[in-house]
Ligand binder design. Structure first.
Ligand SMILES: [Zn+2]
Length: 291
């Protein structure tokens, strides 16, 4: 499933290949990937120019301006699990599961949205509607300040793994990069955010930045479906240290990587480098303070 590095790679591709170009026509082949009315989607976006590409967390918003001076619209793109956005020549065969085709300029190239599982969504939004969507997300994981990051951890209970993946707190991380960042910071995935020391929280903040930065530089991670705007897979897969490496030796200490399930999702970690905090087993209810 695409996370921040994959989505950022797609956003960079859009900036490179589509910025300044005009959407000549919009063809919706499968309306279930459109949020709201497919007809309205097509009519509000056609003839507009791609003026800017924004990203927050795993959401992309393309600002579309019109020549007649009407207020800008925003094309919101969520890749979901298997969504792919590519620029293809008009004559390239249309692959199965291609649900939306937007002809660019003179129609010789097209922006195509393909999504096998159809959890991805495209929407046409006004500026106010976009503000609401972006406003519901926490700060972006690449732009969050250390202060914001630490403040969001304070007094938080539950597993830090789930905390990292909560898009309302910090936006952009999913299962892969949350596991990798926790490994980098040597934090057990069941640790409580509010109980992590300030030094360790700072290390986690830096680890999130580091892991995401490296993955963006390599175009993200491809397991099966993810590809960039040019149709190329990401190259971060063989840089993963723990994610889906269950049973393999830890690169740091040699101990076997373990997998546990937290809130229905697999978590991969090194039990030696990321020891389970004592507090997790014992501190379930409210803390009693001894005099
Ligand atoms: Zn280890």
């Amino acid at each position: 499933m695409p996370e921040l590095p994959e989505v950022e790679t797609v956003a960079q591709g859009l900036r490179r290949r589509a910025l300044g170009r005009r959407i000549a026509s919009v063809e919706v082949r499968h309306a279930s990937v459109i949020g709201g009315s497919a007809e309205e989607f097509a009519t509000t976006l056609a003839t507009r120019k791609l003026a800017n590409v924004l990203r927050k967390g795993k959401a992309i918003a393309v600002e579309l301006t019109s020549e007649n001076g009407s207020p800008p619209r925003f094309l919101l793109v969520r890749l979901g699990m298997t969504g792919q956005l590519t620029v293809a020549p008009h004559e390239a065969p249309i692959e199965l599961h291609t649900h939306v085709i937007m002809a660019l300029d003179d129609g010789r190239e097209e922006l195509r949205f393909r999504d096998i599982r159809r959890f991805g969504r495209l929407r046409s939004l006004t500026a106010q509607e976009l503000e609401k969507v972006f406003g519901a997300l926490g700060p972006d994981a690449q732009r969050v300040t250390e202060q914001e990051f630490q403040a969001a951890m304070r007094r938080r209970k539950g597993a830090i793994k789930s905390w990292l993946m909560n898009q309302n707190l910090v936006a952009g991380l999913g299962n892969i990069y949350a596991d990798e960042a926790l490994f980098e910071a040597r934090i057990h995935p069941l640790s409580q955010p509010g109980r992590v020391s300030a030094d360790r929280a700072r290390l986690l903040f830096k680890s999130v930045r580091k892991v995401l930065g490296r993955a963006v530089n390599l175009g993200g991670t491809t397991f099966s479906d993810y590809m960039d705007l040019e149709g190329r897979p990401g190259a971060f897969l063989n840089k993963l240290r723990v994610y889906q490496h269950t049973g393999e030796p830890c690169r740091r200490c040699g101990h076997a990587i373990r997998r546990i399930v937290i809130a229905g999702r697999s978590s991969h970690f090194c039990p030696r480098c990321q020891p389970r905090p004592r507090a997790v087993a014992k501190m379930r209810g409210p803390r009693k303070t001894a005099k």
